[in-house]
Design a protein around this ligand. Structure first.
Ligand code: PLP
Length: 388
């Protein structure tokens, strides 16, 4: 049996809607599916509006640029993230300030962030000047690691205390809620950014979106991603981008969103199966799920509590050998060549946990037989040599 890590689930009306695009010739960036997709993203996010983009990376970049963040500015972001988060900051002209994560959330440690702001910055006209780099801290970018919810109230209150914006990297967290059953866009944050890459819960092949309550912000971004062209003539008022989604991609997205509820339900079931598997094993843990809000379990799997990295590589190799796709997870950004010199906190937790995280297959289309097989193989490995 071969079990992939995360593959698209395209058994709904994707083909039908794609055929509609072809029949109507609306295959490019204009078309009814784009508008429909954007409206549905706004509704799911609990925001006034949304705009779709050609990737999640550019959704993040446009959020920052739309908020007026760029050269000379700093954006706090957890080091344990996909490198796209920091690339988006860099593309906007700003500089990432890498912050360690907390052990129980796997995302930005907001207490540490506050401590860094207090001890390493001082108030200035535009925000908080970082003493050692001279740059101005303007925003924080919490990442919803594995689709886990986070303490939006704490992020918004930290931002409020220092005049910062909050841009949420919700790349794989569509459908999540904050505390009080609020959709993530209704938690007081400035913008929520999604990715619809092929390995995400909802995919458009490639694509992204930004949801926000501030309609002016969203319109500014729509302008920026549409070559800065206010009307049908070839008059442009800003050096802009071609970052739009196509009707073809949005058609797939609309079909995917029709099944969002069942996708999220399956992700939860997969999470529960793996949680059950680790519950009796002292060397293993599940992925953190905060008490508040609703997490959407983009990935679930096992967290190794032991100290021997070789055991983790052996486990991956064992599973690969059985036809089960198990790979390393995000290596923190401060360990990546392009970000060696960017401002960073101490990284005690990120360095301790990143290599211990082992996502297991979690496609929304995974069958019960496949899940049983994954768990049987994992059991065989962890029962060997008295590993538990
Ligand atoms: C997937 C992902 C992105 C990037 O999205 P793309 O659509 O691939 O550009 C950004 N941040 C996180 C946390 C992601 O998982």
């Amino acid at each position: 049996m071969r079990v992939p890590l995360a593959v698209p689930n395209l058994s709904g009306r994707e083909g039908e809607y794609l055929q509609e695009c072809v029949t109507s010739t609306f295959v490019s960036t204009a078309g009814a599916f784009v508008t429909r997709f954007e409206n549905e993203i706004a509704a799911i996010s609990g925001t006034e509006t949304a705009v779709a983009t050609c990737s999640g990376t550019v959704a993040l970049q446009m959020a920052l640029e739309g908020l007026g963040i760029g050269a000379g500015d700093l954006v706090m972001v957890p080091s344990l993230t996909f490198i796209a988060s920091t690339n988006a900051i860099t593309h906007s002209g700003a500089t990432p300030w890498l912050v360690d994560v907390s052990a129980d959330t796997w995302t930005i440690d907001l207490d540490l962030a506050r401590h860094l702001i207090e001890t390493e910055t001082e108030a200035c006209d535009q925000g908080r000047r970082h003493r050692s780099s001279g740059q101005v801290l303007r925003a924080i970018m919490p990442v919803m690691t594995m689709g886990a919810s986070l303490d939006f109230d704490a992020a918004v209150s930290l931002a409020g205390d220092y005049g910062l914006k909050v841009v949420v990297d919700a790349a794989a967290a569509i459908g999540a809620f904050g505390s009080g059953n609020r959709p993530i866009g209704a938690t007081g944050v400035d913008a929520v950014c999604y990715s619809f890459n092929g390995n995400k819960t909802v995919t458009t092949g490639g694509g992204g979106a930004l949801a926000a309550d501030d309609a002016d912000l969203v319109e500014r971004i729509r302008h920026l991603i549409t070559t800065g062209r206010p009307g049908p003539d070839y008059d442009h008022d800003v050096v802009a981008y071609n970052f739009r989604i196509t009707n073809l991609e949005a058609a797939v997205g609309v079909a995917q969103l029709e099944r969002l509820g069942s996708f999220l339900e399956r992700k939860s079931q997969v999470y529960e199966r793996y949680r059950e598997f680790v519950s009796s094993r002292t060397l293993l843990d599940d992925f953190p799920t905060p008490q508040m809000g609703r997490s959407v379990h983009w990935f679930s799997g096992i967290y190794y509590r032991g100290d021997d990295p070789q055991v983790v590589s052996d486990f991956r190799a064992f599973m690969q050998d059985k036809g089960i796709d198990v790979r390393p997870f995000w290596k923190p950004v401060h360990l990546q060549v392009p970000y060696r010199d960017t401002p960073a906190s101490l990284m005690k937790v990120s360095e301790e946990i990143w290599w211990r995280i082992v996502p297991l297959p979690a496609s929304t289309g995974i069958t019960d037989a496949e899940l049983d097989y994954v768990i049987d193989c994992a059991t065989e490995f962890w029962d060997r040599d008295g590993l538990t």
